[in-house]
Design a protein around this ligand. Structure first.
Ligand SMILES: Cc1cc2nc3c(=O)[nH]c(=O)nc-3n(C[C@H](O)[C@H](O)[C@H](O)COP(=O)(O)OP(=O)(O)OC[C@H]3O[C@@H](n4cnc5c(N)ncnc54)[C@H](O)[C@@H]3O)c2cc1C
Length: 435
């Protein structure tokens, strides 16, 4: 029956073995699929975006740009791309989107009930869905934006790709310490660095892709915003999924501090900095946590003059102070400058365009510092709004995230707490399982 395709192993092609393995009937297999063109090939984002103009024809800007829509391609909605926030739409980013948000994805017909529904397909959600499907559970995975979440798209993967290039630059610059003399200037081709990052990100995207989860792992993949409508129901794209257990793995977004003028200024966050195609000569970084510092180091080594601002007297306030000192020393050796005890007065820009000026008061009195780009890296805000958590009787706090441990949620003791913990302000990206 396995060879005849009546059923198959839930994880991969296995010969039938008399072991405790999990098989699924092929007739049950509608897990969502890519849209197809008349010639049966998969629809690709590359079909919908205008070819990227040659570099010399592009307007030089430090702000991430959304490419112009090709007017000949009728069904492409510009708003889609704006929502994705991934640019430039070159072949690598088109390939990435084909994996993590396929154009025209066809959701499966919902099963009568799911053992597990996972909301959010970042690192936490993908692992939960794959693990449960691998032991035979009927699983639905809902993602409103990009499968892979922050880590693949705008977090660990692109940042580590940049750090690798930054390390190469530093090794070459410091080579004389090892008796290796390099004549002439060392310069970094930022366009190449960013293109390399986009290529690497696209090349590993298949692991997190909608097609892998639906076709190989047997997970029902829904691309749309999930909203709880009852304790055991969630709605996505107008369909209602009924479940026994659910994982909330909606992660978070960059928290933006309340500094006058900042909202009107063209600031970057982790969601947009990886779209840059030109190196800012002067980069301000508000926030001295791990995200701000790793990007500060990378950009300094690429050739930006980077200044890191911290409200306190140190960097990495949650880490071991001795370790933080070592990192600070290393960043200073790279040329990063620091402004501690920063009391931000306001941020100024030219009608929302760079340069951006930070006006602050610190140990040196009131002063203004001008930048070509400003990165905000002051922590994460959990994505709990609009999830319908009230309908599922799940308590939450907009700053701390989903609350599942009694005694730490004020008056509200969560009824459905099963396992997990209350997210801490710096680390709200935690998957919560309840039943
Ligand atoms: C610059 C940077 C570098 C980092 N480097 C590292 C590193 O080196 N190592 C490391 O371990 N961690 C790193 N991190 C942290 C890591 O990215 C996060 O810990 C991880 O992404 C959290 O995964 P998550 O699944 O909890 O949430 P996310 O990745 O945020 O995924 C949540 C998903 O839920 C979706 N979603 C939200 N609401 C809904 C809804 N209503 N319906 C459907 N879907 C929804 C979102 O679109 C998103 O895709 C880094 C982060 C950043 C920003």
């Amino acid at each position: 029956m396995l060879n005849a395709g009546v059923f198959h192993h839930v994880q991969d092609a296995h010969l039938f073995e008399n072991k405790y393995l999990f098989y699924r009937f092929t007739s049950d297999e509608d897990h969502g699929t890519v849209a197809r063109k008349p010639d049966d090939s998969a629809v690709s984002w590359a079909d919908f975006v205008a070819p990227v103009a040659p570099a010399e024809a592009q307007t030089i800007t430090l702000q991430p740009a959304i490419p112009e829509r090709d007017p000949d391609l009728a069904t492409f909605a510009q708003v889609d791309l704006e929502a994705f926030g991934i640019s430039p739409l070159d072949e690598y980013n088109a390939r990435l989107l084909d994996r993590v948000h396929p154009k025209g994805w066809v959701d499966p017909k919902p099963k009568s009930t799911y053992n597990l529904v996972v909301i959010g397909a970042g690192a936490g959600g993908l692992v939960s869905a794959a693990g449960a499907a691998g032991v035979g559970a009927r699983v639905a995975l809902i993602e409103s934006h990009l499968l892979g979440g922050d880590c693949l798209n705008v977090g660990c993967v692109p940042s580590k790709a940049l750090l690798r290039c930054a390390k190469a630059a530093a090794v070459v610059r410091n080579a004389s310490a090892f008796g290796v003399n390099i004549d002439g200037n060392v310069s970094v081709d930022f366009g190449f660095v960013m293109e390399r990052m986009r290529r690497l990100r696209a090349s590993i995207a298949p692991i997190d892709s909608a097609r892998r989860f639906s076709e190989q792992l047997g997970v029902d993949v829904f691309i749309g915003k999930g909203t709880f409508t009852a304790k055991n129901k969630i709605e996505v794209n107008g369909k209602t999924l009924t479940f026994a257990k659910a994982v909330i793995a909606t992660g978070g977004t960059a928290a933006i501090p309340n500094i006058p003028g900042l909202q009107e200024a063209p600031y970057l966050t982790n969601a947009t900095i990886f779209n840059l195609t030109e190196l800012p000569s002067r980069l301000g970084v508000i926030g001295a946590g791990p995200i701000g510092l790793e990007l500060a180091q990378a950009f300094q080594r690429f050739g930006s003059q980077v200044t890191v601002f911290s409200r306190s007297d140190k960097i990495l306030p949650k880490e071991d102070p001795d370790a933080a000192k070592i990192i600070e020393k290393s960043l200073r050796q790279d040329g990063v400058t620091f402004a501690f005890h920063a009391n931000y007065k306001r941020v100024e820009s030219r009608n929302g365009n760079p340069p951006v000026t930070i006006v602050l008061e610190d140990g040196s009195g009131e002063r203004s510092i001008e930048f070509d780009a400003l990165l905000i890296a002051t922590g994460r805000k959990p994505a709990v709004r609009g999830l319908g958590l009230e309908s599922a009787s799940v308590s939450y706090d907009e700053r701390m995230g989903v609350c599942i441990r009694s005694g730490r949620c004020g008056e509200q003791v969560p009824v459905y707490a099963h396992r997990g913990f209350y997210g801490t302000p710096g680390h709200p990206q935690r998957a919560i399982l309840w039943s």
